[in-house]
Design a protein around this ligand. Structure first.
Ligand code: PHB
Length: 390
């Protein structure tokens, strides 16, 4: 009798516990944020995590009756690690959304898992055009290199830059930048004298820059991923390329706001095309930059931060629209077509492509209030990813 009583009491306790955890389960909404927090892309992880936490601090962690839980994992920007972490987040943590993805290979490694598990995957950083085609569950809040590079291919030849050498990191986004810049430059009467590609990991720019010097182009067009820009700038100046009359141009990754202020006066005058500058003159951006700095010991947000901040917005809104009741399919549907003002300017998630449509700005490095900024001087409005048109 005693034993039976004990057993049923235990069973009751177990049943009670599991129903508590079932409630906890259904009342939490988990976001698995996979980022490079260490290694070569660590600045990307630091920026996006800080932006995601800022968004949560400003908007609360209670949405549509759910408690938002952010689970941050460091993939060290190794795609096999990204895939393993995504698998664990889906199977063990039962996350509702996957997010982050600092580099293109990490996004590609995870895409099949998003499809199999029907988990929306919000790409906040990686920027190769074809990523969104790797899974119907991918939504992107960063940008594409094709979007940014085309604007530079239009601007350069109209501003006396005809002969250009391109130098890109040898992987997805670099290949896109090279292709779309060259196509547009050539269309506008310019010419690419040589296309150079450097390895993604531990690149040594010196031999490539020597080659550029010998070719004497009007400009060197550069794409390197966020975090590598300062090294390019340093070697470009050390080799006196600017004094030899060669201009530095590129997508805004090279004059990344995370590093720009430490690049020195040599960076002054560098023109780039991109979707975000910390100096974007809107009231919303001023508030964003100020709050981000305040929460992070004066750190300036870069374009990675804004991708993370807007990615959180897209997730929060999807949860509101579905009233906290939808699964992966419903959330995905509610992410498509979102339109809102971002710190970068107006932003739209194209329902067809699940990719971001946004303004691309031409910017020049200037000193403002003692600090170096990418100051916007022209805008191409509502640019769709040109990489989707073919
Ligand atoms: C990418 O790997 O897709 C990537 C990373 C950093 C950037 C741009 C693209 O700045």
């Amino acid at each position: 009798m005693k034993k039976r009583l004990f057993l049923s009491a235990t069973m009751l306790a177990v049943a009670a516990l599991s129903s508590v955890s079932a409630i906890a389960q259904t009342n939490t909404f988990k976001i698995g944020l996979i980022l490079p927090m260490t290694g070569q892309q660590a600045t990307t992880g630091r920026q996006i995590e800080a932006a995601a936490r800022l968004y949560m601090a400003q908007n609360g962690d209670n949405v549509a009756g759910k408690k938002i839980e952010l689970i941050v994992k460091d993939d060290t920007s190794v795609p096999d690690v990204t895939r393993r972490l995504a698998q664990e987040l889906i199977v063990n943590d039962k996350v509702n959304v996957l997010a982050g993805f600092g580099i293109t290979p990490s996004a590609f490694a995870t895409a099949p898992l998003a499809t199999q598990s029907k988990t929306p995957m919000v790409v906040m950083a990686a920027a190769t055009s074809s990523i969104t085609q790797a899974s119907p569950y991918i939504v992107r809040t960063s940008f594409t290199l094709a979007q940014a590079a085309v604007a530079m291919g239009d601007w350069a030849p109209k501003n006396g830059i005809k002969k250009v050498v391109t130098l890109v990191s040898d992987y997805g986004p670099g290949i896109d930048a090279e292709k779309y810049f060259k196509e547009r430059l050539t269309f506008n009467g310019g010419q690419v004298a040589e296309s150079l590609r450097v390895p993604l990991r531990n690149p040594d720019f010196a031999p490539f820059l020597q080659k550029v010097r010998d070719l004497k182009p009007d400009a060197l067009f550069v794409f390197v991923p966020s975090g590598a820009g300062a090294a390019v700038m340093k070697q470009f100046l050390e080799r006196g390329m600017d004094k030899a009359g060669i201009k530095l141009i590129g997508t805004g990754d090279v004059t990344d706001d995370d590093q720009l202020n430490d690049m020195g006066d040599g960076a002054l005058g560098v023109v780039t095309s991109h979707h975000y500058s910390a100096a974007h003159p809107s009231a919303l951006n001023k508030k964003f930059v100020e709050a981000f700095g305040k929460a992070n010991k004066g750190l300036r947000p870069n374009f990675m931060a804004v991708g993370g901040y807007d990615g959180m917005r897209v997730i929060y809104e999807a949860l509101k629209i579905t009233k906290g009741k939808g699964g992966g399919e419903a959330l995905l549907a509610a992410m498509k077509g979102q339109i809102f003002e971002s710190p970068r300017g107006p932003m739209f998630i194209d329902a067809q492509t699940r990719d971001v449509v946004q303004n691309i700005y031409l910017r020049k490095v200037e000193r403002k209030g003692g600090q170096l900024y990418n100051v916007e001087f022209d805008v191409i409005k509502d640019v769709k990813d040109p990489g989707k048109e073919k």
